[in-house]
Design a protein around this ligand. Structure first.
Ligand SMILES: [Zn+2]
Length: 164
């Protein structure tokens, strides 16, 4: 996955995969939904191939997400095209929260792509069909050898999302 670094300006996602994510997100309400995405390098970016839901085992799943560990570990070792993580913000915009940023070291080094989805109309329970999806690239910056022990800093850089 490290080989992808520096060439992933656009994230291509098949509309069928986006639809699966969206349906899973609405199905999981009022809880946050989460899962992983598989994909590979493509011309000018990354192409998502599949979404796989993973159970949210956070103690407070209404406001947090935590991937069920056994399934997450299995994906790390058995899914060679594991490329990103998805979770939903049922009641807020699909923007990274402070908590999301603090949890990045869990995924950095394993994943390149960070996806957040939100219902377009959170308060309107009848429009269970539209998701606002944001895509980010997980970037790790370790500045000097002296800083290694303090841990590297991780940031999320917006990726252009293109439905295919
Ligand atoms: Zn979040």
């Amino acid at each position: 996955m490290a080989a992808l670094r520096g060439q992933q300006n656009t994230l291509y996602i098949p509309s069928s995969v986006e639809q699966e994510m969206s349906e899973y997100m609405f199905h999981s309400l009022p809880q946050e939904a989460c899962g992983i995405v598989l994909g590979e390098a493509a011309a000018g970016g990354i192409r998502i191939s599949r979404f796989q839901p993973i159970r949210n085992v956070a103690p407070d799943p209404l406001h947090h997400f935590q991937l069920e560990q056994a399934e997450w570990i299995r994906c790390i070792f058995q899914e060679p095209t594991l490329i990103g993580v998805f979770h939903s913000h049922p009641r807020t915009e699909p923007l990274p929260s402070l908590e999301d940023i603090h949890a990045l070291p869990t995924f950095a080094g394993l994943l390149n792509v960070y996806l957040i989805g939100s219902p377009v109309h959170p308060s309107d329970s009848t429009s269970h069909n539209k998701m606002n999806l944001h895509a980010y690239e997980i970037e790790s910056a370790t500045h000097t050898p002296d800083e290694v022990n303090e841990g590297s800093k991780h940031t999320l850089q917006p990726l252009q999302l293109r439905m295919t």
